[in-house]
Ligand binder design. Sequence first.
Ligand code: URA
Ligand code: CA
Length: 435
Amino acid sequence: MRVPDIIMKKRDGGELSPEEIFFLIDGMVSGDVPDYQMSAFCMAVYFQGMTPAETAALTLAMARSGEIVDLSAIRGTKVDKHSTGGVGDTTTLVLAPMVAATGVPVAKMSGRGLGHTGGTLDKLESIPGMRVSLSEEEFIEQVNRIGIAIVGQTEDVAPADKILYALRDVTATVESIPLIAASIMSKKLATGADAIVLDVKTGTGAFMHDLSQAEALAGLMVDIGRMARRKMAAVISDMNQPLGHGVGNTLEVIEAVQTLAGEKRGRLFDLCLELGARMVVMGGAESSIEAARARLNDVVDSGAALEKLREMVVAQGGDPAYIDDPRRLPVAPYSEYITAPCSGYVASVDAMTLGKAAMSMGAGRARKEDSVDLECGLVTLVSIGDPVEQGQPVAKLYASSTSLLTEGLSVAAKAYTYSAEPIEPPPLVYRIIES
Ligand code: URA
Ligand code: CA
């Protein structure tokens, strides 16, 4: 096999064999296939696409490029959830303890935030003392003991994805449905879950701006997972406006704790019920979605879900006082409101713009090695469709300096637009794919 022939075949719209795809990925990881050939290959895929069989082969080749985490020492059906990334999206921190409180083991490996989207690990690290890197033995022991652990993905998982993602990022080939599907599913297949619930976002703040693309991505990932004998479900959810109210690491942790405590209801909680109900059914704790939803409501009302988060924080070295009273978590010292310039209805709370506003104040990373300011961010006080009066606060921003605050305010204000006529809010969930 010759790499130029494989690139040419894809360029001309042919279908690659699994052998050709494995040859390419193995060569890339060993260093035999240089970046310029992989870049040309990615661009050929960007324009020609891939068949489901090719995408499945690419996914497997990437999954097998590194360590395969073996979770068989954990009792029960291990259920994982993956979100394609959003703004104000703290689902993992709410959902994982809820599901674990029903008795389904949650062994979760998460990532850090990149670009305008937040990452679970950064959020967890805003709890003082919290450790997110455990050895595989510690991880498995903790899940068997308390039913939950959330840790960073080890460096050895799917190294092919790290190489390929870095190349895609600088060659304008990130937005390719087969490449995104293979990237996400390779990591999921390598980290050992028996069942996977996907939260595929669509809207201005998501990778997939329109619904048909999100549906195609979700359907492809579900098919790949099933081919690999995983139980799969996907929820396609809205990311035109932030999911929760907080955007920024500490602010999102505060909201997650309040949601688990049952003090806060809304889109974040509702989506956690939808995703969580599928995890509970696939994990075998309930036999119907309705029963699973009721059970999840119960574990929040009884305090069991919040207690599960507390147990996890203690197990991973964090200070539980911050779970008992999340308002003790330090937030950035300078704050200011954005107010509505007119009376009417909120027409947009643009997720991408608010994500960028939080980033401009230091909440996100432009590059993997950048550090983040955990304490800055914003809280949106209104949602699309809400009536507002002129002068009413619509958002509160927090920053570590007045100049950063000014910068954030100028970006965030553009996220809000208004209409004199009533506005229909977008649905929270567009579609659910399940077996
Ligand atoms: N998330 C991933 O892990 N990979 C992609 O390609 C896009 C989103
Ligand atoms: Ca997330």
